[in-house]
Design a protein around this ligand. Structure first.
Ligand SMILES: C[S@@+](CC[C@H](N)C(=O)[O-])C[C@H]1O[C@@H](n2cnc3c(N)ncnc32)[C@H](O)[C@@H]1O
Length: 511
């Protein structure tokens, strides 16, 4: 049974100056790790501040570099260092309050950790999960997985973590823009590492082509017809910034003819800056900036894109050569092809939460920039297939899989919820997850593991214990629960506690 501890590293202890929370997993005591119960229990009781203090308040990056060099998990590196302090008797003197290192309780395993970590952070996907968490989860296994699958691939955190460890990965993802992000971060970055000089020369040439003076010249000829057709009367951008963005993107796309990987990486450099170039902001959802937000921001689109490309050169230079490939299995995770039956020995995912996030509307600017939608109306086709996680996804379908435990919660919502779509959303969510998990079960090897990170929700005062209800869904399919770990605690809007939980299922040997 693993336990988890969140450690907060303030921006001064992170090279990129992005304050970051990491979760370490504390394993059970075994002969192999040699860490006794008393040490592991003491570590579990330490606060994040005390952990950092015992480690000498290190830079997070130094710990990560050590983990990467030695092919170990970050958790293992931190625990080994703590163990030497434990043996030196340093745990006895640790004070609970006297440390002047600041703590921060944090809200769980999130993408903030991924943003600063090499190509994990090439596109700011707030819905993504932690790079360190995904890497540690893969390394926690006794034997290295051979084929990893993520049914909700998103921006590619699982795929990239596997790839960098030399593990082949597979994924499904409904949002075609996120597929492009994942392909750039895993496949194109891998190509760029193996052809570093070609990549660097072209990247430097691209940076010179998007110099301000050149972009200003090209921007005059940019046609805005398709923008006004896609988003009639919507001023998502200042015209000048939109012209600059489209001019830089046109140059990026032209690199497709030199090599599609170059086109792919430079296009992501442009689209990763789309929201920052616009009048919008993306916190949980994409929305208009308030007048008091980012008052001092300076939008220099060519400069922002050039900074991203320079970062990409730097990130790729630190990549291992010949990292493993990733492959798209299907767009819709409910439709895993039969050819993948019993293919995967490890499934790692962060499914949509029941919290209203609209993954498609949130990326509508990027979907349009990459010519993946012509207008907002085209978002409908994704809403029809998505796992129902938000009220706008709720459809009129009458045939869905029913579960007694879900019905109890949905019944309470029928009574309490002013918005009648909410109980329907809850019913459809578990039915959709049943469909996905049935396909996942079929595509797993006997004795394979399925690890998912999920949080619960609250609507109109009714608690929806998503992790408990998913357990019923999984058991109906045939999965056996191995572990349930609390990763972090969160607060709901009404200030009651919600949890982020890791569920670990196993497919039985006999099928
Ligand atoms: C929580 S996010 C996953 C984030 C990912 N772990 C990462 O780090 O970027 C859930 C993802 O599921 C995708 N999704 C929703 N319904 C889907 C479906 N039916 N099939 C495949 N993907 C789906 C969404 O587009 C979204 O990217």
């Amino acid at each position: 049974m693993h336990r988890f501890k969140t450690i907060y590293f303030p921006k001064k202890r992170v090279k990129s100056e992005h304050a970051t929370r990491v979760n370490i997993s504390i394993p059970p005591a075994t002969d192999k790790n040699g860490w006794g119960e008393s040490f592991l229990n003491k570590v579990f009781e330490l606060s994040g501040v005390q952990v950092r203090s015992l480690l000498g308040d290190p830079m997070l990056d130094h710990l990560e570099e050590e983990a990467s060099k030695e092919h170990r998990s970050l958790s293992n590196v931190i625990l080994s260092l703590l163990y030497s302090k434990f043996e030196e008797g340093k745990f006895d003197n640790i004070s609970s309050s006297s440390s002047n290192i600041k703590d921060n309780k944090g809200v769980g395993v999130t993408f903030s950790d991924s943003l600063r970590k090499s190509s994990f952070g090439w596109y700011p996907y707030v819905e993504g999960f932690s790079a360190n968490y995904a890497r540690d989860a893969l390394l926690r296994e006794v034997s290295k997985p051979l084929a990893v699958y993520d049914p909700f691939g998103g921006s590619g955190t699982t795929q990239l973590a596997a790839s960098l460890l030399g593990i082949k990965s597979y994924y499904s993802e409904l949002n075609p823009f996120m597929v492009k992000v994942c392909e750039a971060k895993v496949m194109s970055a891998n190509w760029a590492r193996n052809n570093f000089k070609i990549f660097k020369d072209n990247a430097e040439e691209y940076i010179s082509q998007i110099s301000r003076s050149n972009i200003e010249k090209l921007a005059k000829d940019v046609c805005l017809k398709s923008y006004s057709e896609a988003f009639p009367k919507r001023d998502f951008f200042e015209e000048e910034h939109l012209r600059h963005l489209l001019a830089a993107l046109d140059i990026a796309k032209a690199y497709d003819t030199v090599n599609p990987h170059l086109g792919s990486i430079f296009s992501i450099a442009c689209t990763a800056n789309a929201v920052a170039s616009s009048n919008m902001t993306r916190r949980a959802d994409l929305r208009r900036r308030r007048p008091d937000e980012y008052k001092n921001r300076v939008v220099d689109v060519p400069k922002m894109i050039a900074t991203t490309v320079r970062r990409m050169i730097d990130d790729v230079s630190g990549y291992p050569e010949n990292s493993a490939e990733t492959k798209l299995v299907s767009n819709d995770a409910k439709k895993i092809p039969d050819s993948y039956t019993e293919k995967f020995d490890f499934v790692l995912t962060s499914p949509p939460y029941l919290n209203g996030t609209n993954y498609f509307r949130n990326t509508k600017l990027e979907l349009w920039l990459m010519s993946l939608i012509d207008s907002e109306k085209d978002l409908k086709k994704f809403r029809e297939l998505t796992v129902t996680g938000g009220i706008n996804d709720v459809s009129k379908k009458v045939n869905y899989e029913k579960f007694d435990s879900v019905e109890i919660v949905a019944g309470k919502l029928d009574l309490k919820s002013k918005d009648k779509r909410i109980p329907t959303m809850v019913r459809h969510y578990f039915s959709d997850m049943y469909e996905v998990m049935t396909g996942v079960y079929r595509s797993m090897k006997p004795e394979g593991k399925f690890l998912l990170d999920i949080g619960d929700s609250k609507f109109y005062g009714v608690h929806v214990p998503t992790h408990k209800l998913l357990l019923d869904v999984a058991e109906k399919i045939g999965f056996k629960l191995e572990h349930e770990h609390v990763l972090a605690k969160r607060m709901s809007r009404d200030k009651t506690e919600l949890v982020q939980v890791e569920l670990v299922f196993k497919k039985s040997a006999l099928c």
